[in-house]
Design a protein around this ligand. Structure first.
Ligand code: NI
Ligand code: MN
Length: 229
C-alpha cells in the first residue's frame, strides 16, 4: 500500500510504510499548503526542474534530513553547490534502481532555471519521472506541455497513477491533460499544478467528469489531503 499526500501545487509525497519520497517540495511560499518544510522527513527528493515553485525547499530539507536529491544533472549539481549533502544526478532516458525503487527520467516540454532578482542560473532540462514504488508505477509528468511520446511512455509502462498538470498557462491545461491521459493509459489520473494562484485556476471536477466520459478514472486529492492505493 502506498499513501499519496498532496501538499498542493506539484508537491506530492509517497509513503510505502518504509520509505518516504517527495516530489517538487514547494512548501515555503506555497499559498495552499499547510505543511511545514521542517517537519517533512523524506528519504529522497525528486525535483523536476529549477523553477522556484518546484525546487522550493528541496535544499533546506536535504541539508536537514540528508535525503538523496534526484534530479537532472545540472539541477542536482546546483543543489550540491547550494549545500545538499547527497545528490544523484540523472538525465532524460536514464533509469536507476534506488533502495526505495526504480526511477526513470522522462522528457518534459518546459523551461528550467533558478530565477531570482539577482540573476538566472541554468539548471538543465526539465523532466518528468517514472517511479516504481511500493509495488505501483507512478508517472509524475512535471511541468510540461502535451507531447506525442506520452503514447510511448504509456506503452512502455503499466502506469497505476499519473500525476498530470492541468493549470494551463505554464503547462498543459485540462483539454491537453485529457489527451495525455488517453495516451498514457494510467489506471488513475491525479490532477496537480492548479488553483495555487488565479493564473492557473481550474475546476478539477470538470476535468474528472470529462475523463469519466472516456472511462478514465480520476482521483482529486484535496490540498493537504491524502489517499491510499
Ligand atoms: Ni515550471
Ligand atoms: Mn510550475
Amino acid at each position: 500500500m502506498v499513501k499519496i499526500i498532496y501538499h498542493g501545487h506539484a508537491c506530492i509525497e509517497l509513503y510505502d510504510g518504509k520509505y518516504d519520497i517527495l516530489f517538487d517540495p514547494f512548501i515555503t511560499g506555497n499559498p495552499v499548503t499547510t505543511a511545514r518544510a521542517q517537519e517533512l522527513k523524506p528519504d529522497a527528493i525528486l525535483i523536476s526542474h529549477g523553477h522556484g515553485d518546484h525546487l522550493g525547499d528541496a535544499v533546506a530539507i536535504a541539508k536537514r534530513t540528508k535525503a538523496i536529491v534526484i534530479a537532472p544533472f545540472e539541477l542536482a549539481d546546483f543543489c550540491q553547490k547550494e549545500g545538499a549533502p547527497n545528490i544523484h544526478p540523472m538525465h532524460i532516458g536514464g533509469s536507476f534502481n534506488f533502495d526505495f525503487g526504480k526511477v526513470k527520467l522522462t522528457q518534459a516540454l518546459h523551461g528550467s532555471a533558478f530565477v531570482t532578482d539577482e540573476g538566472t542560473r541554468y539548471t538543465g532540462n526539465p523532466c518528468g519521472f517514472i517511479v516504481h514504488f511500493g509495488g505501483k508505477c507512478f508517472y509524475f509528468a512535471g511541468d510540461t506541455g502535451l507531447f506525442g511520446d506520452m503514447k510511448v511512455i504509456g506503452e512502455n509502462n503499466n502506469i497505476d497513477i499519473a500525476f498530470l498538470p492541468i493549470g494551463d498557462n505554464f503547462t498543459m491545461g485540462p483539454d491537453d491533460a485529457i489527451k495525455a491521459s488517453v495516451m498514457l493509459k494510467p489506471k488513475t489520473v491525479i490532477p496537480i499544478h492548479y488553483n495555487t494562484w488565479p493564473l492557473i485556476e481550474q475546476n478539477p471536477e470538470d476535468f474528472k467528469n470529462k475523463l469519466k466520459e472516456l472511462n478514465i478514472d480520476c482521483t482529486i486529492i484535496p490540498f493537504n489531503g491524502s489517499v491510499e492505493i
